[in-house]
Design a protein. Sequence first.
Length: 536
Amino acid sequence: MKLFFYVGAFCLLLAAAACTSSKKTGTATTAPKPKPQKAYTRETPTDDGMISLTFLQINDVYEIGALSEGKVGGMPRVATLKKRLQQKNPNTFTVLAGDFLSPSLLGTIKHEGKRIKGKQMVDAMNVAGVDLVTFGNHEFDIKEEELLERLDESNFTWVSGNVRHRTKAGTLEPFMVKGNPVPDTHILHIKDADGTSAKVGIIGLTLPANKADFVWYGSVDSAATAGYNYLKDKTDFVVAITHLNMNEDLALANKMTGVRLSMGGHEHNNMMQKFKNLIVAKADANAKTAYVHQISFNKAQPHLGIGISSKLTNLDELLPEDAATKAVVDKWQKIGDDNMKSLGFDPADVVMTLPKGKTLDGREQTIRNIPCELPQLVAKAMSAVAPKSVAAIMNSGSIRIDDELSGKITQYDILRALPFGGSVVEVDMKGSLLKQVLDIGKANKGSGGFLQHDRIAYSDSEKQWLLGGKAIKDSQSYRIALGDFLLTGMEKGLPFLTKGNPEITQVYAPNPDDKSDLRNDVRLALIDYLKKTNTK
C-alpha cells in the first residue's frame, strides 16, 4: 500500500512539472491564455467634511387647493417642488411656519356629522410630505378636542418651545401627538452620500395672539434663550421656525446669537430682513410663493458657521401639481362643494367680473387698517337687505380670505372671504353709543376689530362722525345694521355692545326659518347685491 502511494504521488509531481514546463515554453497546451482579472473592490466616496440641506418654507396656508382659477398656490405644487428639490439633495425638508388649521371655508363645513376644522389640511400636508411645523395663533381658533384630533392625525413633526396645553384638570402639559409630547426643540440627523453627517437643531416659537382657554403661552424670549442654550452644544448648528411679528423675529437675534436663519410666519406677504447675523424670511400666504433655503456646512471648519442661499420661488402654472396630493385636494373640494350646494350655494356661479388689472383687496394688512372696497361692499350689501336701517357696520375680522380677488368672482370666492357667515341684525341705538362704537372701531386699527361702514364717515377737519353727511347727535336714535358677531360683546374693545345695553332700545333679528330673508346669511346678501349691481 505504501509503495502504491509513493508511486502515485511521484507520477502526479512529474505531471505537474511537465505542465509547468510547457507553460514556460508555450508548447504544451492549445488552450487560450486567460486574460488577467482585475480584483473587484467597492469604492467608498471619501468623506469631504462638507454637508448641505434644503429647507422648503411655506407659512400661513389656509387653502389646500390652487387659487386664482387654479393658477397659483396649492399643496400639490408644494409637493412637486419638494420632490424636485429632493432629487438634487435628499436632505430636503418642508417647513410650515404656523397657521394652517384655521381659518378656511372647507374647515367650516360638516363631514360625517361634524365640522372638519382643519382635517382636510392635515390630510393634504401628510401626502405632500410636510416635515416640520410650529403652532400659529390660528391653530387655537378651533376647539380643544378638534385640535387634539388634528395633532393625532398628523404625520409631521411639531415643535414648540413656548406653547403648552392647559388641561381640564388645570395642569400645564405639552400637547401630545400620537402619545408623544410636542418637544420644545427638535434635532434633525442628516447624512450625505460620502458619509458626512450633521445634527441640526430646531427651535419653535409662537406669539400669544389667541388666548384660548386650553392654551398657555410662555415667554418667547425665555423659550428662545433656553432652546438655543440647550441645542448649541448638542448640534452642529441651529435654525428657528417662528410664528411671530417681524419685529419680534428680529429681536431674537439678541437671544439666539448663533442662529442665522429664522423661517417665519404670521405676516402674509413675502419679506426677508436681516438684523445682526439673523436672516428672517416669510413667504406669501396660501403657498403662492415658497422660500427655498440651501444651507451648507463644513464640519472640518465649524468656526466658519453655515452658508445660506435663500430664494423666493413662485408656485404658479409653470409648476405642475403632484398627482397624489391633487387627488386628496379633489376629494375634499368635492366634499366641500356638495356641502355648499346643500346650503343653497353654487360654488362655481360667477357673481361679478372685475376689469383686467382691478382687484378686490381682502388682505389683512389692508382691510384691518384703512377703509377699502371689499368690506365696504359687504356693508353695502347689509344695507341693501336691511332697507329700514340708515347705515351698516361690519368688523374687518369677519373677512378671512387674506388675498386679492381678480377676474371672475364666484360664489366660492364669497364663501372663502366670509367663511363664518353670520346674520345681519338691526338695532335702534342712541347716537352717543353709536359714536362710542365708531371711535373704538377706528382705534382698533390693525386688528379684526377695525370697523368698516356704509353711509358713515369720519371728518378729519370737523373731528366728528357723519352719517349721510350730517353729524351724529347723541340723543337721537338710529337704526343700524350690524353683523351679528358685533352684538355679542366679543369684539375687541366692545364688551358693552350687547342686546342688554340700555342705549339699545330695540333689536330686529331675522327669522331663521324664513329662507327668503337674506339677512339670515351675510354671504347670500353679498351675492345678491353683487349680482344686481355688477355685470358678469
